[in-house]
Design a protein around this ligand. Structure first.
Ligand code: UDP
Length: 338
């Protein structure tokens, strides 16, 4: 198939390019490089452009005949979304609207959309299945839910079929060490732990809140390997072929780890102590997010295979020590991993 990957220069999008290429698909990335990295697009053409530019989208769909669109492009930081909600409504909602319109005009009928556990807000049950109430508590979560709702309308009225995949905490890196998580600035827990492990900056890790109603007081998250997420996308393509409509699946590991537990495993992987300090809670963080992926298992035939947090962190650390260090040379002073 010929697949358009919006956000192919980003963390999950770049891993997806590799997986799609390995499966024999032809890929084209569309990315404005606002947070993605040009060097991460190693498979297929990179078209630089913005979802907020309908003309650029029209050109793209005129030049290529796509069978499927995968849409990873988004602003995705919970705390930022509370400070800059307009950015989230504009990029995530309006940008997706233009993408859907371009697909409609070009007659492209299959979309896999990157949604998020943030659509659920504060959990009411220990494990979150698809039917859990969707009451997002941040503009980020709202923007993802708004798109899911748009997708229902587009399925009914225009026959645009979609699968929304709600990721819990994407983590880890390509086990072959070619790709990894590479944001600038970095806000995510595991790469931030590594930043401290790499030393040289005199900084210590900030843990956002030690007074949550969890066993050790820190937030619990469900870390799912990026490769597992890619597998789910492949299965979602096959699913759309047999099940038209607008669907949504929750994707996670099925296990939860607190921030302190993640830190302890990361310390074991990197082989050194990482100093931290407890600071104020970060706005918009629910205490606990753990998936119930039963529907993905039953309907997509997907299960998370890399469930061991140590393995997830090892793959990320391998990237941090190897390829990423090379890419960073000359860009970020004072960071040496090795
Ligand atoms: N976190 C932290 N220190 C950091 C980064 C994250 O304590 O430097 C916490 C954060 O508050 C959350 C968890 O780690 O409870 C996972 O955060 P991350 O930003 O990695 O992912 P999110 O849950 O926001 O998608």
């Amino acid at each position: 198939m010929r697949i358009l990957v919006c956000g192919g220069a980003g963390y999950i999008g770049a891993h997806m390019l590799k997986r799609l290429h390995a499966a024999g698909h032809e890929v084209v990335s569309f990315d404005n490089l606002s947070t993605g990295n040009r060097h991460a697009v190693r498979w297929g053409e990179l078209v630089e452009g913005d979802l907020l530019d309908p003309g650029a989208l029209r050109d793209l769909f005129h030049r290529h005949r796509f069978d499927v669109v995968m849409h990873f492009s988004a602003c995705s930081l919970v705390a930022e979304s509370l400070r800059e909600p307009a950015l989230y409504y504009q990029n995530n909602v309006i940008g997706t609207f233009y993408l859907l319109e371009a697909m409609r005009e070009a007659g492209v009928r299959n979309l896999i959309f990157s949604s998020s556990a943030a659509v659920f807000g504060n959990p009411l049950t220990e494990r979150i299945g698809e039917d859990h109430p969707r009451v997002p508590i941040t503009p980020y979560g709202q923007s993802k839910l708004m798109v899911e709702q748009m997708l229902k309308g587009y399925a009914v009225a225009y026959g645009l079929n979609s699968v929304s995949l709600r990721y819990f905490n994407a983590a880890g890196a390509d086990p072959e060490g070619e790709l990894g998580e590479e944001h600038d600035p970095e806000t995510h827990l595991i790469p931030n732990i590594f930043k401290m492990a790499c030393g040289g900056t005199g900084e210590v890790l900030s843990i956002f809140g030690g007074d949550y109603p969890t066993p050790d007081g820190t937030c619990i998250r469900d870390y799912v390997h990026v490769r597992d997420l890619c597998e789910a996308h492949l299965r979602a393509i096959a699913y759309l072929e047999r099940e038209p409509g607008a669907h949504a699946f929750n994707l996670g590991n099925g296990n939860g780890w607190s921030v302190l537990q993640v830190l302890a495993v990361a310390e074991a992987v990197v082989g050194r102590r990482i100093p931290y300090r407890m600071v104020e809670r970060r706005a918009g963080d629910p205490a606990m997010l753990i998936v119930n992926s039963a529907r993905a298992r039953d309907e997509l035939g997907w299960v998370s295979r890399h469930t061991d947090l140590r393995y997830i962190i090892e793959t990320a650390w391998q990237w941090e020590r190897g390829a990423r260090t090379a890419h960073r040379e000359g860009r970020i002073a004072g960071v040496e991993c090795g």
